[in-house]
Design a protein around this ligand. Structure first.
Ligand SMILES: [Zn+2]
Length: 282
């Protein structure tokens, strides 16, 4: 008989600026961890949507959590709907809420990245993941390095343009959004849900997991002051709030030291959301 496992969950979600809405969405429960990162439009007031990016991320996230978290009753969890199906359905439900009032064909119509991890079965021994665009799912399965699940296709578009001698301006990169050979985000059509990186793994060895938006992974992938394992260790040791505070410190130091590089990176601070789950035998 399998020992009853439990998951202790902690999280933090902070806007990049106290003057702006947090355009991240976060849900953290013992079986489901979800973050969405609303895509910042080029011109905040020109999106064709009267609701805005924060509304889009919150609404889509709410629908997704409702569908992905539907209890399929006791047992092996095999009856659960796939995360891609849940996301596709959530995109359609969100679209239907504003298709009548907003111009969803606008090129900067609200969109979001999505990262999710879901534990299933009575023993929490099966894990589903879904990653669409540059948020991340980190899984510590007891090996030296955690498994890192993220989707680099938006960055790849920029790199490809640069290799072709083009400046990867925001409109140029965006013209590859939700197109084959480009990159995929949740917006107004269900198809991108099926372009997400998805999978199901045996989670019997799972010790820790983290789900984070790219604003909360900068110490690793932008500043290089931590690696993924270090991120998990710091989250466990100091908590998600301290991790985000450390990120803000690094951003301030970087902006002060390297104004030119900061301009290249865009915004000084980004919305940052991070969930930590620690699995223990009860
Ligand atoms: Zn709208």
């Amino acid at each position: 008989m399998t020992a009853k496992r439990t998951v202790q969950v902690m999280y933090a979600s902070e806007p990049g600026s106290p003057d702006l809405d947090n355009e991240d969405f976060l849900f953290a429960g013992p079986r489901l961890a979800v973050v969405l990162d609303g895509v910042t439009p080029m011109v905040r007031t020109d999106t064709g949507c009267r609701h805005g990016v924060a509304w889009y991320a919150q609404t889509l996230g709410g629908h997704f959590v409702r569908l992905a978290g539907r209890d399929d009753g006791p047992g092996d969890g095999q009856g659960a709907e796939s995360l891609a199906d849940c996301l596709a359905e959530a995109i359609v439900a969100t679209r239907d809420l504003h298709a009548g009032t907003c111009d969803l064909a606008h090129p900067d119509s609200p969109a979001a990245t999505v990262a999710a991890a879901r534990l299933r079965g009575d023993g929490l021994d099966v894990l589903d993941y879904l990653v669409l665009a540059d948020s991340v799912v980190l899984l510590d399965l007891g090996d030296e390095d955690p498994v890192v699940l993220t989707d680099h296709r938006a960055g790849d578009v920029g790199r490809r343009l640069r290799a072709q001698g083009e400046t990867p301006s925001a409109p140029r990169v965006r013209s590859h959004r939700n197109r084959p050979g480009g990159y995929w985000v949740a917006a107004d059509r269900p198809e991108p849900a099926y372009e997400a990186l998805t999978g199901t793994i045996d989670a019997t060895g799972l010790r820790r997991l983290s789900v984070a938006t790219d604003g909360a992974t900068r110490l690793v992938d932008t500043f290089g002051t931590s690696d993924w394992r270090g991120m998990l260790d710091a989250l466990v040791a100091d908590g998600p709030d301290a991790w985000v505070a450390r990120t803000r410190e690094a951003e301030r130091a970087d902006a002060a030291a390297e104004p030119a590089r900061r301009r290249e990176r865009g915004k000084v601070h980004d919305d940052a959301s991070v969930i930590l789950g620690v699995v223990s035998a009860g």
